[in-house]
Ligand binder design. Structure first.
Ligand code: G3P
Ligand code: MG
Length: 250
């Protein structure tokens, strides 16, 4: 039900490096992580970029947005200075940069499809097809453990990913479990439910596991809470505190 790593570095290297950057991946590796979650959004010219916010202002300075900038423009933008001067010049990566790094270092990927408003289906389809193109042998082998796991809060994005490349595994991201979560997960052909650890209850965890789904939580930074939800049957979670909760945490 969950053939993937149990502890996953959130947004690259959690809070130890600028999120969604190659520097983040390096920080994760330095802490022994071979599993990462990150966010992918389409540029104006339809290229997947690794970034969380649709609008500039937080990790990228100035005004503007991902969906109205080209990939070349985005790839030249400083996504490191906000974190600290040592990271000045760290840029917004393309999804393909992350794939290359993760393949080279054998890092498992939970790829969160993070569409800007109005680009849900386009983003889901693009991420699925690009992932398919980079994992041909793994797809042919049919071993889910060797494949990235696509996830999204957007039903439309996951439906588009399913339609484009049905054989890539999908996780359905839900902040709070709605009453119809099971019907939606079934319709999406999801293999896992990804949910906010803040709102998860033991009874919900049991229901998800009983229904045969993997159960993944975001974002767990407190070791005591981590132990509690693992005791409920949670299969894995991502963490910002890669320094506090290591890859072998139990
Ligand atoms: O994929 C889990 C988690 O990353 C979802 O929240 O806002 O950090 O992308 P966010
Ligand atoms: Mg995310």
């Amino acid at each position: 039900m969950w053939p993937y790593p149990k502890i996953v570095a959130h947004r690259g290297g959690g809070t130890l490096a600028p999120e969604n950057t190659l520097a983040g991946l390096r920080a994760g590796l330095a802490h022994g992580f071979h599993a990462v979650e990150f966010d992918v959004m389409l540029s104006r010219d339809g290229i997947g970029m690794v970034i969380h916010d649709p609008d500039f202002g937080r990790t990228v300075g100035g005004q503007g947005s991902v969906a109205t900038s080209t990939a070349a423009e985005l790839a030249a933008m400083d996504a490191g200075s906000w974190f600290g001067p040592a990271y000045a010049g760290v840029t917004i990566p393309r999804y393909t940069d992350f794939i290359a790094y993760c393949r080279a270092e054998q890092i498992w990927m939970n790829v969160e499809i993070k569409p800007a408003d109005g680009f849900e289906a386009a983003t889901g389809e693009w991420v699925a097809k690009m992932t398919r193109d980079h994992f041909p042998e793994e797809l042919a082998a049919g071993d889910p453990a060797k494949l990235p796991l696509l996830s999204s809060f957007s039903y439309a994005a996951l439906a588009a990913a399913r339609d484009a490349v049905p054989e890539l595994p999908r996780g359905y991201l839900l902040d709070r479990l709605p009453d119809n979560w099971l019907a939606q997960a079934q319709a999406l052909g999801a293999v896992a439910i990804h949910t906010n650890q803040r709102h998860l209850t033991a009874a919900q965890a049991a229901a998800i596991k009983q229904a045969g789904y993997g159960l993944f939580c975001y974002t767990v930074n407190d070791p005591a809470r981590a132990r509690e939800i693992l005791g409920w049957g949670v299969d894995g979670f991502c963490t910002d505190r890669i320094d506090l909760i290591g890859p072998a945490f139990a």
